[in-house]
Each structure stands twice: as structure tokens, then as C-alpha cells.
Design a protein around this ligand. Structure first.
Ligand SMILES: Cc1cc2nc3c(=O)[nH]c(=O)nc-3n(C[C@H](O)[C@H](O)[C@H](O)COP(=O)(O)OP(=O)(O)OC[C@H]3O[C@@H](n4cnc5c(N)ncnc54)[C@H](O)[C@@H]3O)c2cc1C
Length: 494
């Protein structure tokens, strides 16, 4: 990129959302994608281990309802790379939940909604309390306005309290309160103390309800993965861009004028354009200086609670968890109780295979933060043994660990979560272009499948449609003049 250029649209960030936006625009507009990192993908990041096996350090799960992603896999010829994890679980597998001192092994057939820990064999009175709480959550989720969460009936009230306060306000069996707590940590990698009730129900609504996101069985968003990796799929997709994403171009400043925008990167280059799609996680917005500044409630979203994903992919020679509990029980997952530390959540990710047996686990920051990096592996090994109560669990062949808090340009995973007050305060600008030209394109702002790859694709395309809707009347030559004028103004100013 030379020091000053022009284009129609600048997309900031080459994750799934940014690439989806650019793909949707490129037949109509000239698009440039600027990426801060030396790789594309953002939170979709596939690496290869010494044996050449693909490891998804970020996103890996997808489900049949993720239609855009499934269509993309088909279009790019990657359908044979789909791995059905549920098929690998075998018939009626079990899960282990260790909640409030109550360690329960439950077969899927003994759970409600096939959700880990929703124990249909619990004492009847406790089941009744659990079902009442689930019914209330289902009803509240139904009421949520996915496009405009602040228009949800009672939104202000739901946005004043945290999800932890909501859980505590109920009379629940302690094991079920713990399960709700741990479920939130498992899905969002964040503590319910840092998330507003409205934001939790909104997220659930965009994903089709809690029964969708907390289920790991057939039809759920956790059913499939890609043998080649979700990052590899994106790389193939991005090869179809007319202008390849430009790496190591961290955007530091966006000026908006009546007639267009000026986008500046950390190596001093500037692009003039009509519209900017900012496809980065909200937490990263604060590293860009906006002139004029963005509305305060929008900037406040960047102070949301970033998910603290520390993810490990653990390979074993033998699947000790299959029949590991005797009586031919296959354990597909473990969920750890509130405050237990170690591992929050662990799942079988092998699929139907005779080799490369793999578990994925999400590790609590409390376990690793006090330790130097070279002690992490031993700590995680011990935590896996403690969680499973099986010494063979410590005998893994290899482990890949990533702390997403350290990944430049992202520093969160899987999401940024919104604290009380944030969603309602941002309502006047939610889903609308800021200063008429800046579009928030990341997965966090999606009104469908928020927080997932599917949501990133959906929101990237939504931002692209907004650009096309708005610029439909602008001819290319007019845009060129606008860009020239902005560049002249910028040069004068410097
Ligand atoms: C550990 C983990 C597990 C997950 N598991 C799943 C899963 O199983 N299934 C699923 O569907 N989803 C999962 N997700 C979520 C999924 O990865 C995200 O929803 C999705 O990838 C977000 O895409 P995005 O394009 O919106 O943002 P990102 O992927 O964050 O992309 C943003 C890009 O912008 C770049 N950037 C940031 N600031 C700047 C700047 N100033 N200038 C230029 N570039 C910049 C970043 O470097 C990054 O490449 C997971 C995420 C994590 C971290």
C-alpha cells in the first residue's frame, strides 16, 4: 500500500466477518481489506502439529443450522472434511457434571433436552425447580428482540442486573445453580457476574434458544468440525477476493467527513473511501482513534467483558474415556462446578476414528495465571486427571494450548460479553451506521448466531448490504472525486 490511496470501501479485519463483507461487496465496489496481524482468520486459526494434524486454536464447532457456513463448505468443496463428533460418541453416551459437591454421570437418554447435567433422575422436587427455571428462561428468550435487544419488553430491567444475580434470585437446588453458572462459563468463557441478563438472553435468542447452545448432540451447533480446520476454510475463501487482504496493516485512525472517510494504518498510510466496515471485536475498538469520536455508549461496548478462552487440544493414543466408566459407557464431556478451578469444560472431539483421539478443554485462568508458561502443561495435566478422576487422562501424546487473552488484535474468546447497561445505552446506534459511514461488522453484533462463525458471516454480509443500500446512488466517478478531495484535505492538514 502506498502512502495515500483511495477505494470505495475499507474493511478492517480479515476474520470470517471481514472476508464475508468483502466477498459480498466486491462485485459492486472496490474493496480493500486491512488486517493488523500477519495472518488472516482472527478467532479462526488453524495450525498443524508435528504429525501434520490440523488443530483449530479458535473456532472449530459448527452445526447443520449454520446454513451459510455449511453452504460455504459445500461451495469450496470441503464437505468431505466434515467430522461428525456426535457419531463418534456412539449410542447414548454419558457426561460427567461435578456440581456443588454432587458428581453425576448422566446418559443422554437420562437428561432433559439432551443437555449435559439436566438430570432427569434427580429428586422430583429438585427437578420441578429446575424445569420451572428452564421454562422461565425459554419464555424470556422468546420475548427478546434479536435485531434491537433494547426493544425487548422489560429490557431496561433485564439490563440492570447480572446473570449471576438472576441465578441467585431463584430458589434452585445448589447443583442446578452451579450448573447454570458453569454452563455460562463453558459457552461464553466468562463469569455470569460480568454479563447482563439481557445480553445473555439476547445471545441465546440469536442462536435459537438455550436448548440449542447448551446441547452437544445431533442437530446442535457442536455437532461437526472440519478436519482441515476452520482457518483453512477461510484461507481458501479469501483466495477468491479480487484484492487479497493486506496483512500487517493495523488501522489506528478513522476520520469521517461529510463526503467520506480517511482510514490510517500504523505504518502511516491512508486510504480514502466512502464506507468503512469495522469487523473487529468490540474490545479492539478502543485502539482506533475516531474523529469525530464514536458515540460514548458504542465506545463503552469496548469495555465489555472479554471472554477468557484458554483452549487446549489434547491428543491421546487410546480413547480411555470410551468405556472408561465400565458398563460400556462412553463419556463425551465433563463440566466442572463453580469455583472448582482447573478445567471448566472438556469434550470428546475425535469423531468416528481409530486414531488421533482428541479432547478439547477450556481451562480456567485462575489455574494458569499464577504460573510461569513452562509449568502450564503439568498444571493442565493434573487438572485433567482431577476432573476425570482417571490417571490415564494424564498420559496424553501431545497438547496444544492457546491463551486468547494474549492474541494481538483479538484478546478475547469466543466473544466480548456485555455488562449491565451496555446494550440498552447503545440502543439508538445499534445496527445502524455510525456517522452514516462506519458499520460494525463483527460476530458480536450479529442478530443471528451471535458469537459463532455463522454470526460473523451473517453480520459481515449485513454490513455489506447496508453499504450497498446506502451507496446505491453514488456513481464510481463521484466517489473518486470525493476520495481525491479528502486526500487533498488530509495533505493540507499535515
Ligand atoms: C477459543 C475459541 C473457540 C471458539 N469456538 C467456536 C466454535 O467452536 N464455533 C464457532 O462458530 N465459533 C467459535 N468461536 C467464535 C468465532 O471464532 C468468532 O465468532 C468469529 O471467528 C469472529 O469472527 P470476526 O470476523 O467477527 O472477528 P475476528 O475473528 O476477531 O476477526 C477480527 C480481525 O480483525 C483484526 N483486527 C483487529 N483490530 C484491527 C485493526 N485495528 N486493524 C486491522 N485489523 C484489526 C484481527 O487481527 C482479526 O484478524 C470461538 C472463538 C474462540 C476464540
Amino acid at each position: 500500500m502506498t502512502s495515500s490511496e483511495q477505494t470505495d470501501v475499507v474493511v478492517i479485519g480479515a476474520g470470517y466477518a471481514g472476508i464475508a463483507a468483502a466477498m459480498a461487496l466486491q462485485d459492486h465496489k472496490e474493496v480493500r481489506v486491512l488486517e493488523a496481524s500477519d495472518r488472516i482468520g482472527g478467532r479462526a486459526w488453524t495450525v498443524r502439529d508435528a504429525q501434520g494434524r490440523a488443530i483449530d486454536r479458535g473456532a472449530h464447532y459448527l452445526g447443520v443450522k449454520h446454513r451459510a457456513l455449511m453452504a460455504l463448505i459445500d461451495e469450496l468443496g470441503y464437505s468431505d472434511q466434515l467430522v461428525d463428533y456426535v457419531e463418534g460418541f456412539g449410542p447414548d453416551p454419558c457426561s460427567v457434571s461435578d456440581m456443588a459437591g454432587r458428581r453425576v454421570v448422566t446418559a443422554v437418554s437420562d437428561t432433559y433436552l439432551k443437555i449435559q447435567g439436566l438430570d432427569a433422575a434427580a429428586p422430583v422436587r429438585e427437578q420441578a425447580a429446575m424445569l420451572r427455571a428452564l421454562a422461565e428462561m425459554a419464555a424470556l428468550t422468546q420475548l427478546v428482540d434479536a435485531e434491537q435487544p433494547a426493544l425487548t419488553p422489560g429490557a431496561e430491567r433485564l439490563d440492570t442486573i447480572t446473570f449471576a444475580e438472576y441465578i441467585e434470585s431463584k430458589t434452585l437446588p445448589p447443583w442446578f445453580a452451579d450448573l447454570m453458572y458453569s454452563g455460562v462459563r463453558g459457552v461464553w468463557s466468562q463469569s455470569p457476574e460480568n454479563m447482563s441478563v439481557l445480553s445473555v438472553f439476547w445471545y441465546m435468542k440469536t442462536n435459537g434458544g438455550f436448548s440449542e447452545i447448551f446441547c452437544d448432540q445431533e442437530g446442535s451447533p457442536q455437532q461437526y468440525g472440519l478436519r482441515c480446520g476452520a482457518g483453512t476454510l477461510l484461507e481458501r475463501w479469501a483466495e477468491k477476493l479480487l484484492h487479497p487482504p493486506e496483512l500487517k496493516q493495523r488501522v489506528t485512525r478513522i476520520e469521517t467527513h461529510e463526503s467520506g472517510c480517511l482510514v490510517t494504518t500504523d505504518n502511516g498510510t491512508t486510504l480514502a473511501c466512502e464506507h468503512v466496515i469495522v469487523a473487529i471485536t468490540p474490545g479492539q475498538l478502543r485502539h482506533i482513534s475516531f474523529d469525530p469520536v464514536l458515540p460514548e455508549p458504542i465506545m463503552n461496548l469496548s469495555k465489555g467483558a472479554p471472554g477468557f478462552s484458554i483452549k487446549a487440544s489434547v491428543f491421546y493414543k487410546a480413547p480411555w474415556w470410551r468405556n472408561g466408566l465400565g458398563k460400556e459407557k462412553h463419556v463425551f464431556g465433563w463440566l466442572n462446578g463453580r469455583g472448582k478451578g482447573g478445567i471448566d469444560w472438556m469434550l470428546d472431539m475425535s469423531g468416528k476414528t481409530d486414531s488421533d483421539f482428541k479432547l478439547v478443554c477450556f481451562i480456567t485462568p485462575e489455574l494458569l495465571d499464577p504460573l510461569p508458561r513452562d509449568e502450564w502443561e503439568d498444571a493442565v495435566r493434573q487438572a485433567i486427571v482431577d476432573l476425570t478422576q482417571n490417571p490415564h487422562a494424564g498420559e496424553f501424546e501431545s497438547i496444544d494450548m492457546i491463551d486468547w487473552r494474549d492474541v494481538e488484535g483479538v484478546q478475547c474468546g469466543p466473544n466480548t460479553n456485555f455488562r449491565p447497561g451496555m446494550l440498552t445505552a447503545a440502543a439508538p446506534w445499534w445496527g445502524r451506521p455510525l456517522h452514516g459511514r462506519i458499520h460494525l461488522g463483527a460476530a458480536e453484533f450479529s442478530d443471528r448466531f451471535c458469537g459463532y462463525l455463522e454470526g460473523a458471516i451473517h453480520n459481515g454480509r449485513r454490513a455489506a448490504s447496508a453499504v450497498l443500500g446506502q451507496t446505491a446512488t453514488n456513481s464510481r466517478s463521484k466517489m473518486g472525486r470525493v476520495a481525491q478531495r479528502l486526500l487533498r484535505r488530509m495533505k493540507r492538514a499535515s
